[in-house]
Design a protein around this ligand. Sequence first.
Ligand SMILES: [Zn+2]
Length: 489
Amino acid sequence: MVKKKRSSTNEIYDKEKEKIEKRQNQNKHHEKFWIICIPTLCVILLILLAILLFLPSIILKGDKEVTLEYGKVYKEKGYTASYFNHNLTNKVKVSGKVNNKKIGKYKITYKVNNGFFTIKKTRTVIVADTKSPKISLFGDKKVYVCPGKEYKELGFRAVDNYDDNLTNKVKVKKYLNKVIYTLRDKSHNFTKVERKIFYEDIEKPEIKLNGGDIVYSFIGEEYKDLGYEVIDNCDTSLKDKVEVTGNVDTNTAGTYKITYKVKDNAGNTEEKQRTVIVSEHGQDGTIYLTFDDGPKDGTTNIILDILRDNGIKATFFITNNGPDELVKREFDEGHTVALHTASHNYSTVYASVDDYFKDLESVKQRADRITGEDTKIIRFPGGSSNTISRRYSMGLMSTLTEEVVKRGFHYFDWNLYSGDAGELYDADAVANNVIRQLRKDRVNMILMHDIKPYTRDAIDKIIKFGKENGYVFDKITMATEMIKQKVNN
Ligand SMILES: [Zn+2]
């Protein structure tokens, strides 16, 4: 019994021992594994670290995908490249081109090599038309159309940065009181513009006073209004509806106002005033615009237009030159047609008393024929004070100045010379020269030449100055006091 007990104790011991041995073996195995494994891992980590340190990198500034508007110049946003602590930015090779004139996708490649590794990055540039086309309307965006009238398209123009002119692709639709213009370009960019139509007349009529805002009338003479024109956007025949009020008393010198008032069918009113200056003929401050040597096409006719538009009368000392129609127009429009000379040739005109009168008779016949009048107002070529006549006939002017008066003529020299017969060649210079010499304490008999283009162009300024500064414009008549210079021959 005991023996048996002992034997079972041994068995247990053996088993325990076996277990311990097995455990010790296992531990030895683990140790071996770690001894091999840890260094291996370390090596791998080191290699990876080395790769990371030696691997270059490129960093792109800006987006990797960029949209570039068609036509705009592509600007590189830039990049940086480095490895470890080395800057490689200027070693980066950039390739690839962007055609900004062609819609599409473009690739830009950035490459860098640090001696160990090559790294590549790309950026995509998309050239696209994202801009809407532009429709520009001719005329206003708000249009007023006369009541009862149709809106007439005022036109438009459409341009696009990519498609260029798209005017004929614009769709125009009328909807209620709107005109709607739409347009889609080839890249499907859309534009819409509207125009509003108001069927209303908001514009007042315009009154145009014939003869201008200031006109002249003389004591004892009937005042004749030069009339007016009415222009209106919607209504025709408003002329009859103008109310004219105000009186001019031509028996009393003074300044009178005439008012012109008109209302169009929509109730828009307009009012204008005209000043009528009533004075004696020949009072101080009177301006006599006198023109010698004409008429001439291209200058005299324009001067006549200006005088008409300003309601001013002037005096024309004519020659035998120029068209008869202009002489007729001078007369018909109320100016004084006077005599200068037929030929303006000093050597023949001033050869003798007879020669002078022969010349004068010739130009008188022309004037009388055209005007139907007995023309008696004259101006000597070169004026009564001329010395050139001495060359041809000594003492001639002394005889002539007496002789013409005996024969019923009135001769007029001047006391204000415009400088347009050879000294000044510029409209402003002529006008300023006249304006500078104007005086209120005398009449201003201005010598000018209607054959000169710069005189033609100076007239407006002279008249404007005269009107604004209280001068009175008049023409020479037989009642006008003669302006005589000192005779020198
Ligand atoms: Zn002359």
